[in-house]
Structures are given as structure tokens and as C-alpha cells.
Design a binder for this molecule. Structure first.
Ligand code: MTE
Ligand code: MO
Length: 376
């Protein structure tokens, strides 16, 4: 019979250490889950649900928090798993049906948590090759699985955590790192990751954004770009001088060329692009108000929903729906300019939607058609 050597046991491992790491991880996962749920709700609103258009920077804040807490979970999860992994080799592997169920629950939790964290990091770095599935849908459903397994785990472990936290543990006598030192190192790692990625959304930290794949100020016209006009295959249609913005209302249709669009009242708004990947950047956008275009085809912006369609022939983000709170908001623009210059082709020339409190994926670029539906 082969005897497996017991894994080396560190004197630093303790119920208390695992409990403290578990609480920290529970908080970061909790915030990450709630902000993720909010993001999903905005991107896939149930019928009849419309979220408010203000505060203008709310989505930027919640999605920044989602990605930051997700990344801070990496060292926390690593340390937590390290603190308990010798139990993987415990003998006998199962002692009772209840024990087997508990271990299976932990296995689901660990697998789901790793899937979420690894997938999130791959998404932020736009490396989709290892994920042969649609990331956001998988991330959403496994998010529920993670939280479900986490709640069960908390229920099971609560008495242990209470007991571990109620009496201080003697420090191990071994020289070297103390438990407090270990916790400090994990906290520092989580803090460092936060600081070096928060720069992708917090401007004053952008100089420190070593890990952030996007800088808020790098890109054409000082704004980052994920999908260029060439990626989307729209360069020639977008630059075609025969461009017309086609606007269809309940009982009227107009086609406006760039001269006609520029002859309408122009407005300027400082609004962020806040990508689900966590980066965000504010631009100074100018153009026409969406509500004015809605009124132009005889519809009432206070009672209208708009579908915006890109010149892009295909692509997951070629259309988006604008619900009434955003239609009537005077900050919602069909932007023609960024920083006073005509939009760069990669930013959606000749026209793009830009609206307050809205996920980046819904800020449609290269807008060619607008359809207005009015509630009676
Ligand atoms: N037509 C179209 N609009 C689009 C996209 C796209 O792929 N096609 N990408 C969206 C995404 S995911 C974001 S975050 C914003 C800003 O993306 P950019 O960095 O590619 O400009 O534009 C959005 N508008
Ligand atoms: Mo995005």
C-alpha cells in the first residue's frame, strides 16, 4: 500500500485565521455579487422595468466597485484556500452522510469561486480564448451558484467562526511570520491590487494603473477604445458621405444627413463611458439631444422608448434600447463630437449614443437608425 506523506503543516493555520479570511472574502464577494446583479439588471432589464438615468456616474461607480472587489478577492481566496487545504487530505475522506454533503458543498463553492475570479480576470484582460462560452452569461449564472454555496457554507461554519473569534489563540512559537503578519501581507496584496487597477477608473490613480489593461486617458481623442471601426467592419459605411441618420416615429420618418444634424440645437455633456470590464473615462460629448430627435418625428419623449441601431452589420452590441427615463433625460445625446472635434471613427463617427448612468455596452457607436415607440 502506498502511503501518502501528510502535507507539511504550517503552525500559522488556525480556525481564527481561516475565519478572518473568510469574513473578508464574504464581504468582497457580497459586494461583488450585488454590483454584478445590478449590472446584469441594467443590461437585461425585465419587461416594463426602467432604471433611473441619474446619478449620471452611478454605473461607473458600481461597476468599478465590482471589478475592484473581484480583483481584491484573488489574494484573499488564495490565502483562504491555503489556510484549509491540508483538510483535502483528511482521513477518512468522509465520516458520515452529513460530512459528505458538507464536503460536496465546499467543492462546489471552491470551483464556482475560482471560476468567477479566473473568468473575471480573463475578461478584464480581454483574453477569451480559454473561455469557449459566452462569458457574461456564464459569469452571471455561476455568480448565483457561488452565492448559494457561500450561504450554505456560512450556515455550516458559523458556529466554528463564532467560537474561533471569541477566544484569542496563542501565537505559534515557531520563529518567522506571525499570523498577524500573514493577514497583514494578504491585506497588503489585496490593497496593492486595488490601487494598481483602480487607476482604470479613478483618474488620479491612473499613473499607478500597472495592472489595469486600459488607461482612462490613452486612446484616440484621449479616450480608450476596445472595438475599433475596423474590428467592427464599419469604417467604409461610417465614413460614407452619403450617411443619413434614419429616424422612424409612430407616424413620421425623417432622414438627416450630417449638415442637417449639425443644424439642430447642439448640447454638450461631460459623461463617462463605463465598460463592464471596469475601466471608465469621462469625455466631453456634444451633439443633439435624443429627446429632440424623438420630438422631431412627432413623439412625446416623456412616453417614448427608443431602439438605437448601429451601422455595424453584426455584433453583439449593435443595437440598444433606451427606456423612457433616459430618453427624456436632457443629458442623453446622439453625440457628433468629442472634445469639440468630430468623433474619431473608433469612437463611433459619425454619431454615437451617450447617456448618463448606463453601461458602456449600451452606449452604441456608429448609430445609423433610431426607432421611436410611444406608449399610448
Ligand atoms: N456599435 C457598437 N457600439 C458599441 C460597442 C460595439 O462593439 N459596437 N462596444 C460597446 C462597449 S462594450 C463599450 S465599453 C463602449 C465603449 O467601447 P469602445 O472602447 O470600443 O469605444 O462602446 C459600446 N458601443
Ligand atoms: Mo464595454
Amino acid at each position: 500500500m502506498v502511503r501518502h506523506p501528510a502535507p507539511p503543516v504550517s503552525p500559522l493555520r488556525s480556525h481564527r485565521l481561516t475565519s478572518v479570511l473568510g469574513i473578508a472574502l464574504g464581504v468582497s464577494f457580497g459586494i461583488c455579487f450585488l454590483t454584478g446583479l445590478y449590472s446584469h439588471l441594467l443590461q437585461h432589464p425585465p419587461a416594463g422595468f426602467a432604471w433611473p438615468s441619474r446619478p449620471a456616474g452611478l454605473y461607473r461607480f458600481t461597476q468599478g466597485l465590482h471589478v475592484i472587489t473581484g480583483l481584491a478577492s484573488v489574494p484573499l481566496l488564495g490565502a483562504k484556500l491555503w489556510s484549509v487545504y491540508p483538510r483535502l487530505f483528511q482521513w477518512p475522506p468522509v465520516r458520515s452522510i452529513a460530512h459528505a454533503a458538507e464536503r460536496a458543498g465546499v467543492a462546489v463553492l471552491v470551483a464556482a469561486a475560482l471560476f468567477q475570479v479566473v473568468g473575471g480576470v480573463l475578461n478584464v484582460s480581454r483574453w477569451y480564448a480559454p473561455m469557449p462560452f459566452f462569458f457574461t452569461a456564464a459569469h452571471y449564472w455561476v455568480g448565483w451558484l457561488t452565492v448559494g454555496a457561500l450561504l450554505v457554507h456560512i450556515g455550516v461554519q458559523l458556529p466554528t467562526v463564532r467560537a474561533a473569534l471569541s477566544r484569542p489563540e496563542p501565537q505559534p512559537d515557531a520563529a518567522g511570520l506571525t499570523r498577524r503578519g500573514l493577514l497583514g501581507a494578504v491585506a497588503a496584496a489585496a490593497g496593492l491590487i486595488t490601487v494598481v487597477t483602480a487607476g482604470q477608473t479613478v483618474r488620479p490613480l491612473s499613473g499607478l494603473a500597472l495592472l489595469a489593461p486600459r488607461r482612462p486617458d490613452v486612446g484616440p481623442q484621449g479616450l480608450p477604445v476596445n472595438n475599433t471601426a475596423d474590428d467592427a467592419g464599419v469604417r467604409s459605411t461610417a465614413l460614407d458621405p452619403a450617411f443619413r441618420l434614419s429616424i422612424t416615429g409612430p407616424d413620421r420618418h425623417v432622414d438627416l444627413d450630417l449638415t442637417a444634424l449639425n443644424a439642430l440645437d447642439q448640447y454638450t455633456a461631460d459623461l463617462p463611458i463605463a465598460c463592464v470590464e471596469g475601466w471608465s473615462a469621462v469625455g466631453t460629448w456634444s451633439g443633439v439631444r435624443l429627446r429632440d430627435l424623438v420630438a422631431l418625428v412627432g413623439a412625446d419623449p416623456e412616453r417614448s422608448t427608443v431602439v438605437v441601431e448601429s451601422l455595424e452589420a453584426r455584433g453583439r452590441y449593435r443595437t440598444s434600447t433606451v427606456a423612457t427615463p433616459h430618453v427624456r433625460d436632457p443629458l442623453t445625446l446622439i453625440a457628433l463630437r468629442l472634445g469639440g472635434e468630430p468623433l474619431h471613427p473608433d469612437h463611433g463617427y459619425p454619431a454615437r449614443l451617450i447617456a448618463p448612468n448606463r453601461p458602456g455596452v449600451l452606449q452604441t457607436k456608429w448609430v445609423g437608425a433610431i426607432t421611436v415607440r410611444e406608449r399610448s
